[in-house]
Design a protein around this ligand. Structure first.
Ligand SMILES: *Cc1c(COP(=O)(O)O)cnc(C)c1O
Length: 405
């Protein structure tokens, strides 16, 4: 099978080459495989002007993606997600231009749609029938939806305290979903063991090569939205890190074909203080991040105690002159409330974590007041439990109009 402009795959740790056109999981070294392209062929096949005329969400970047056949492209009406300025907050905190990239507008309400659309399309292309994954919620929802669309089976395992709406959404979309009394890495173990016993294909974060290609489209999209002049800094809520690694890969590919110059954003990995393995490793100057014990945070999407792509996240942060920073759940709640009230944007807790991190970085002088910053709101806030709102009017009694004054 000849893929689009894919030349080969490559182990992200050892550089060993793997043949394209075959089903792959991790490399022999147990690390993520990265897709490599014939970038000259990519550059010859599409230009910026032609691209600007396209309308079909992230599939507009198809020349940069591995899906070869039109009929394998699975689509649920993807959109280019908006960049929304936060002018009141900029003024109040005397910060630089602040943009929220609102990924909650994608199908299934999160940016997991990007990665799973690609993983499912490639699974379809390879004739795989049954996909399985561990999830904190959003990835499972995207897998269930895109698998249903492609006519594939999906089996999904999530920690038992995953937001209920996600579990129900997965089930309603035809995913066979199980709650597990453990964390995402415990769920991942079940998926790994089931490869032999059941024969499903493991689509865990970075354990197959194509979700990262989907997440890469965030970097392509940002570059295009900023007229090919990237912003100075990106705050990314980091769990498995696919998005951060994927954007870094996108910038690399764009630079190699000459669409952007050498100026790259500083990449900031944001985690929660209750689960911050990457921040801890970065602070210690290490490349690998051992398992974080007793991981706990309201930001479910970044409650990832151990990441197979740890060294790739840390390298991108370091090469970009970025940093890793942790914020606590109270900061996250406060940041969510501020952004909702001041700007009318309902961030998910993970997205709110990036705003909390920007606020702190600004106050601590880690970023300059001239920096254009992008915060990733990776899912719609509607998918998470919200603070109660319980005011009540008994219409049979006299109304106290002073309440509304
Ligand atoms: C998955 C997820 C993340 C983390 O994304 P990675 O690229 O895996 O690090 C952050 N926020 C939300 C809402 C998510 O669903």
């Amino acid at each position: 099978m000849r893929l689009a402009s894919v030349s080969h795959l490559e182990c992200s740790l050892t550089g060993k080459r793997y043949e394209a056109g075959r089903v792959h999981g991790l490399s022999e070294a147990g690390r993520p495989l990265l897709v490599r392209y014939d970038l000259d062929a990519v550059a010859r096949s599409i230009g910026k002007e032609a691209l600007a005329r396209r309308t079909d969400g992230f599939w507009r970047y198809r020349e940069f993606l591995p899906v070869a056949r039109e009929e394998d492209r699975v689509s649920l009406g993807e959109v280019v997600t908006p960049l929304i300025r936060a002018p009141r907050i900029e003024r109040r905190l005397a910060g630089g231009p602040l943009y929220v990239k609102d990924e909650g507008r994608l199908p299934t309400g999160s940016f997991k749609a990007r990665g799973l659309a690609l993983a499912v399309a490639m699974a379809k292309q390879f004739g795989l029938k049954h996909l399985a994954m561990p999830t904190n919620g959003n990835a499972g929802a995207a897998l269930a939806a895109y698998a249903a669309r492609a006519g594939l089976r999906s089996t999904i395992f999530c920690p038992d305290d995953t937001p209920p709406v996600n579990v129900e959404e997965i089930s309603l979309q035809g995913g066979d979903v199980y709650r597990v009394n453990g964390l995402i890495n415990d769920c991942g173990k079940i998926v790994g063991e089931g490869k032999e016993k059941v024969g499903w294909f493991d689509v865990s974060t970075l354990k197959e090569p194509y979700r990262i290609e989907g997440k890469k489209t965030m970097g392509l999209e940002l570059a295009e939205q900023f007229q090919w002049e990237l912003p100075e800094i990106i705050f990314y809520p980091t769990g498995g890190g696919t998005g951060l690694i994927g954007m870094w890969k996108a910038f690399d590919e764009l630079e190699k074909i000459g669409w952007i110059g050498g100026k790259r954003p500083r990449m900031v990995a944001v985690q929660a203080t209750g689960c911050a393995p990457i921040v801890r490793a970065w602070e210690r100057g290490e490349e690998h991040a051992p398992l974080w014990e007793n991981a706990a945070t309201i930001a479910a999407g970044i409650r990832v105690p151990v990441a197979v792509g740890d060294f790739l996240i840390i390298r991108a942060v370091r090469e970009s002159d970025g940093f890793a920073i942790a914020v606590d759940d109270d900061d996250i709640r406060g940041a969510q409330k501020e952004m909702a009230r001041e700007e009318g944007l309902l961030l998910c807790p993970e997205g709110a974590a990036t705003y909390a991190a920007w606020r702190r970085a600004l106050a601590d002088g880690l970023i300059s007041r001239a920096d254009r910053a992008v915060l990733f709101n990776c899912a719609t806030g509607l998918k998470y439990p919200m603070p109660k709102a319980e005011k009540f009017i008994d219409r049979t009694k006299a109304i106290d109009w002073d309440l509304f004054a």
